[in-house]
Design a binder for this molecule. Structure first.
Ligand code: NAD
Length: 472
C-alpha cells in the first residue's frame, strides 16, 4: 500500500486532513519538514461518537478475530518498515537502527498481546444458584502518547485496549505525530470503521480528551507534571486511568563487578535515545572502590560517541527531540557548570543547526543538585560515589519517583536482597533496563498509577462483571 501524499487523521475509518494544520520539525535540522492535521474540539466530538458507535460491534467480535487484527497490523508495520523508519527518524531524531528497532518492537508487541487471554472464575454459589465473574471492555479508550517512543508506547496502549474489545482514540505527541498517523492509515484496511481512530493536534487536544464525556478511560504516558493534570481533568467524569509517568532511575554498581565488562552496557543504559527514555539510568551510583576506573571508562565512551543526524550512517546518538527540551537541558548544563561541578565528558558543544548535545557526565555532584534530584530526560548524567549498599539504596530511594532501578553486582543473593529494598516498579539485576509484553510495567510513588503489559495490563482495559444466576 502506498501512503497518501498528505498526513491525515483516521476517524471512523476515513481519512481526515483537519481544518487546520500545525508544523512538525526535524530535530536534526531545526526546520519544519511537514504539517500535521490539528483536530478541533467539534471534530473531537465526532471522533468520540465514531468510536462509541463502533463499540458494540467490536465488543461482540470474537476474541480470536480481534487478536488476528492486531497481528495483521503488526504485519502491515513490518511490510512498510523502510518508509516508517525514515519518517520516525525525521520527526523523532533517533538513528535509523533505533527507529527500525522501535517499529519492530511495536510489531512484536502486537503479536504477543494477541496471545493473551483474560481469566474468568465461577462457582456454584449454592444449590440451584451459580455465580461467576468476568472481564468486560470499558467502552472508548483515549490513548495519549509521548514523543520519546511514539510508536512503541502507542502500541502498548492500543493493543490490549483493542484486544479486550474497546474502541480507541489515539493521540500522539504534537512533536511526533506523523508515524502514528501513518499507522492509522495502515489500520483503516484492518479494523472496522471507528474501532481505531488516530488524531493529532496541538496542546489543547489532550485536555479535551481527558474531559470528554464519551471517553471511559485515559491511558497516558508522559511526564509526572502532565500526569497530575490528566488525573485532575479526568476526575469530573471519573474516568479509569493508567498513568505511566516520569522516572529518575538509579543504577547501583557494586565493587565486585568486572568494570570493563559493564561499562558499555551501563553507558547505553543511560544514553540510549539521547537519554530520553523513561527507564534510562539517570543516576549512576558507583562504589568508591571502582569509581575512578568506571568513571574513566564511561568518559572515554562518551567522547567516542558519534552524535549527529539519525538519518546519517554511523550516527549512534541523534539530537534532543525538541527545542523546548533542548533549552531545558542547556539551562541545566549551564547551571551544573556554574556550580563548579566537574564534567568528565561533554564540555565540547556539538555544532549544527539541530538540537545536538554531546553526552555529558557530571563527576559526583551533591544529591541536592538539580541534575541529580530532577528527571533530566536527556544526555546529562550524574555519577555518584557511595561506600555501602545501604547508603546507595537510601539515596536511590530519595525523591518522588519510583519507576525503575538497576543493580550491578556479582553476588546474586546480595543483589536480590538489595532489590527488595528499592522503591521502584521494575528492578533489573545485571542487565540494562528493558520491558516485556508479558510482564507488568508501572511506576511506584509519583512515577505512575496502574500498570501496562502482561495480563494485569490487559485487565486494566476492562471492568469486572459478576453475574449471579438463581432459578425460577
Ligand atoms: P508530556 O507529559 O509533555 O506529554 C505527553 C503527552 O501528553 C503528549 O501527547 C502531550 O500532547 C499530552 N498532553 C500534554 N498536556 C496534556 C494535558 N494537560 N492533558 C492531557 N494530555 C496532555 O511528556 P513528554 O514530554 O511527551 O514525554 C516525556 C516524559 O514522559 C518524561 O517524563 C518521561 O519519563 C515520561 N515517560 C514515561 C514513560 C513510562 O512508561 N513511565 C514512558 C515514556 C516517557
Amino acid at each position: 500500500m502506498a501512503f497518501a501524499a498528505q498526513y491525515e487523521m483516521t476517524i471512523g475509518g476515513e481519512p481526515r486532513p483537519g481544518a487546520l494544520q500545525f508544523d512538525v520539525v526535524n530535530p536534526a535540522t531545526g526546520a519544519v519538514f511537514a504539517r500535521a492535521p490539528s483536530c478541533g474540539l467539534e471534530e473531537l466530538d465526532g471522533v468520540v461518537a465514531a468510536a462509541r458507535a463502533a463499540f458494540p460491534g467490536w465488543r461482540d467480535t470474537p476474541w480470536e478475530v480481534r487478536g488476528a487484527a492486531l497481528v495483521q497490523l503488526g504485519g502491515a508495520i513490518r511490510a512498510h518498515l523502510e518508509p516508517l523508519m525514515r519518517l520516525l527518524t525525521a520527526e523523532q531524531g533517533k538513528p535509523h537502527a533505533e527507529a527500525e528497532g522501535e517499529l519492530l518492537k511495536a510489531a512484536e508487541w502486537l503479536d504477543a498481546v494477541a496471545t493473551l487471554r483474560l481469566p474468568s472464575s465461577g462457582d456454584a454459589a449454592a444449590p440451584g444458584r451459580s455465580s461467576w465473574s468476568r472481564h468486560v471492555p470499558l467502552g472508548v479508550v483515549g490513548a495519549i502518547a509521548p514523543w520519546n517512543y511514539p510508536v512503541a508506547l502507542a502500541v502498548w496502549k492500543i493493543a490490549p485496549a483493542l484486544l479486550a474489545g474497546n474502541t480507541v482514540v489515539l493521540k500522539p505527541s504534537p512533536y511526533t505525530p506523523l508515524t502514528t498517523l501513518r499507522i492509522g492509515e495502515l489500520a483503516r484496511g484492518i479494523f472496522p470503521p471507528g474501532v481505531l481512530n488516530v488524531i493529532s493536534g496541538t496542546d489543547a487536544l489532550g485536555p479535551w480528551m481527558t474531559a470528554a464525556d464519551g471517553i471511559d478511560k485515559i491511558s497516558f504516558t508522559g511526564s509526572t507534571h502532565t500526569g497530575r493534570a490528566v488525573m485532575a481533568g479526568a476526575a469530573p467524569t471519573l474516568k479509569r486511568l493508567t498513568l505511566e509517568l516520569g522516572g529518575n532511575d538509579a543504577a547501583i554498581v557494586m565493587p565486585d563487578v568486572d568494570v570493563g565488562a559493564v561499562a558499555e552496557r551501563l553507558f547505553w543504559a543511560a544514553f540510549r535515545n539521547a537519554g530520553q527514555v523513561c527507564i534510562a539510568s539517570k543516576r549512576l551510583f558507583i562504589h568508591d572502590a571502582i569509581y575512578d576506573d568506571l568513571a574513566g571508562r564511561l568518559a572515554e565512551l562518551a567522547r567516542a560517541v558519534r552524535v549527529g543526524d539519525g538519518a546519517r550512517q554511523g550516527v549512534q546518538m541523534g539530537p534532543v527531540q525538541n527545542a523546548a527540551q533542548y533549552r531545558r537541558l542547556t539551562a541545566l548544563l549551564a547551571e551544573t557548570r556554574a556550580s563548579n561541578a566537574r564534567l568528565l565528558a561533554g564540555e565540547v558543544p556539538t555544532p549544527g543547526e539541530g538540537y545536538f548535545m554531546a553526552p555529558v557526565l557530571v563527576d559526583n555532584p551533591s544529591d541536592e543538585a538539580r541534575v541529580v534530584c530532577e528527571e533530566q530526560f536527556g544526555p546529562i548524567v550524574p555519577l555518584l560515589r557511595f561506600r555501602s549498599a545501604d547508603e546507595a539504596i537510601a539515596r536511590a530511594n530519595q525523591g518522588p519517583y519510583g519507576l525503575g532501578a538497576s543493580i550491578w553486582c556479582a553476588d546474586p543473593d546480595k543483589a536480590e536482597r538489595m532489590a527488595a529494598k528499592l522503591e521502584a516498579g521494575s528492578i533489573w539485576i545485571n542487565e540494562p533496563p528493558q520491558t516485556s509484553p508479558h510482564r507488568p510495567f508501572g511506576g511506584h510513588k509519583q512515577s505512575g498509577l496502574g500498570v501496562e503489559n502482561g495480563l494485569m495490563g490487559l485487565m486494566a482495559y476492562t471492568n469486572v462483571q459478576t453475574v449471579s444466576s438463581g432459578s425460577l
